[in-house]
Design a protein around this ligand. Sequence first.
Ligand code: ADP
Ligand code: MG
Length: 729
Amino acid sequence: MTSLRFTALFESIKRKPVEFSLPTAKVSAVFGSHVFNDRAMKEFLTSEAYEAVLDAIINGSKISREKADQIAAGMKAWATSLGATHYTHWFQPLTGATAEKHDSFFEPTGEGRAIEKFNGGQLVQQEPDASSFPSGGIRNTFEARGYTAWDPTSPAFVMGNTLCIPTVFVSYTGEALDYKTPLLKSMNALDKAATAVCQYFDKNVTKVYSTLGWEQEYFLIDTALYNARPDLVMTGRTLLGHAPAKGQQLEDHYFGSIPERVIKFIQELEFECYKLGIPVRTRHNEVAPSQYELAPIFEESNIAVDHNSLLMDLMDKVARRHNFRVLLHEKPFAGINGSGKHNNWSLATNTGKNLLSPGRTPKSNLMFLTFFVNTIKAVYEYADLLRASIASAQNDHRLGANEAPPAIISVFIGEFLTSVLNELEKVEEGKLSPEQKTELKLNVVGRIPEILLDNTDRNRTSPFAFTGNKFEFRAVGASANCAGPMTVLNTIMAQQLSDFKVEVDKLVDSGMKKDDAIFNVLKKYIITSKPILFEGDGYSEEWVEEAARRGLNNIKTTPHALKAYIDPKAIKLFENQDVMNEREVHARYDIMQEMYFKKIQIESRVLGDMAGNHIVPVAIKYQNTLIENVRSLKLILPENEYNLVAKEQLDMIKEISRRVSTIIALKEEMIETRKVCNKIEDAEERAIAYCEKVLPYFQKIRYEVDKLELLIDDQLWPLPKYRELLFSK
Ligand code: ADP
Ligand code: MG
């Protein structure tokens, strides 16, 4: 019988690119065609209804039931014109995946006929059967109900034959059960605080929002090979597998030509993205074999987050059509680069200004510096919370693994801005003399060039780097929902900016000029936040030591990193900024700890099964062949010759026995340890136990199995090997 591995290999070798022809070459002809955007709203809504949506988007005003009925009617007419037969509230529960519950637009009337139904009520609110989504104890069984509510700030879209309405997901007692609710609240908090600070410089600014441009990394693996690896199927990563002779050391994949099969996949994916208004732009190979990246033009954060979630769904769907599976796991292959999702973040105003982009005049540069320094201060103050926002079982394998930033949060700003901050630090406290002011304005602030984008001055080892007109948060994992880190970033920035305003106003009230006061507070912040600034090699051992000396934390594992969420400082922050209350923070915390140990638990079971039921039997089978061989040699050869000829086989027989018994013993111990851990009630304690007691077995078991992979007849080995997974195209 041919093994699954060889069947899969034959299948993958025979594959041809799946044809996909673009219906039109013009992106503009399809872009947003399936989005209920401004153009569609103008066409399908009464002007009254249109104004109501616009007002809700811009000013957050409520939409009346009557208007909602009108909007629903227009939305349905638009959706059915695109072939939609169903609608769903589309939301992002804390499981990490997106959720949908489809309802038909049509309802049977009983006489073999159907009537259409989709009114304002169905648009605005729905009650999914939500009892199986994680709630961290917020929903008790007697109130096991949550509801979804329309988010008019993110446009509805048609996917397949379904109208999808972006919604938030909250419990009946009002607590957030999803990613979007706190994100929207953090946008609100940021808007208030940043607009108030903008007023120092520009009275026309009445709204500030954060922008996000994500860069999504992923692996593409042939479906047949993927299906022959239980670990990939069940956990998204390989738990076993010896490194191939060739990995990424030749660096021949990065920016290399993209294989035809992959091109077809990317073309179709991009086409699907355009229909849904996702502005994807760049595509190229990544560092590792079979690794790629897709990035869009940045958008307002809420929409960018929705678009990234949608993209992850789309990738999976489209990849299957091309006989690929997409791996979004942060570390699918040991010893080979993992996948991240850089989050490029900035602040924009209603007047079209990027607040992290230097301007032409000293005045606009002071505005830039204000937001720039406040960002640094915010990261300094809440570094641990930012670290927590990117923590996951998957990302633990990637952070600090010489390919991704370490678990130490620091900020890179480049040589030029470092020198500007050094100058500002020298400003004397108190009122500035006219000479000092001129000096500052002309030679320090005035010197900042309008365009700072300089590709040579880039540090790719920093978790949080300024890249000319935005900060790039590089430690985010590929499978993460960007809303987690974006909520934290927006919230800490909101808090920081309100603190800044209080301090400046106080100085102004005591008689200081506004500019002097701003300089004074910025100078103080620069001095305070100095330890967070780091320009050197973030991958180096020296940085780990240096960071420790500076008092920066280096929290390597998720269960410990997550604790920052329930630190009194963080709870106060979330409550102050009206992003989450204490109950919500705790619920979320428990969910994240639970998610962690469940992931490790599943991996541990899969690993035990693979090592025990896939590898050990094969090892014994091969050992029997060797034994057979040795026996025959003994029969036909004289003693002295036999000893010489059979030596290697005998050594191998012994080695196999040794490794097999080690594997079995480790597996049994791991199961026993799991049993002990499973008795722990508290989510945090159980997560820590899984991290510290169960996880260490993975490496030990893998070591033995990977050694066997090198020893055993290739024909017998049951699992597609790394070289096959990564290099067959
Ligand atoms: P890299 O060199 O890290 O691959 P690129 O410069 O190609 O980065 O990508 C930059 C990313 O930053 C893009 O996704 C882009 O949309 C995003 N970006 C650019 N300007 C902003 C901004 N003002 N706010 C948020 N994201 C931005
Ligand atoms: Mg980048």
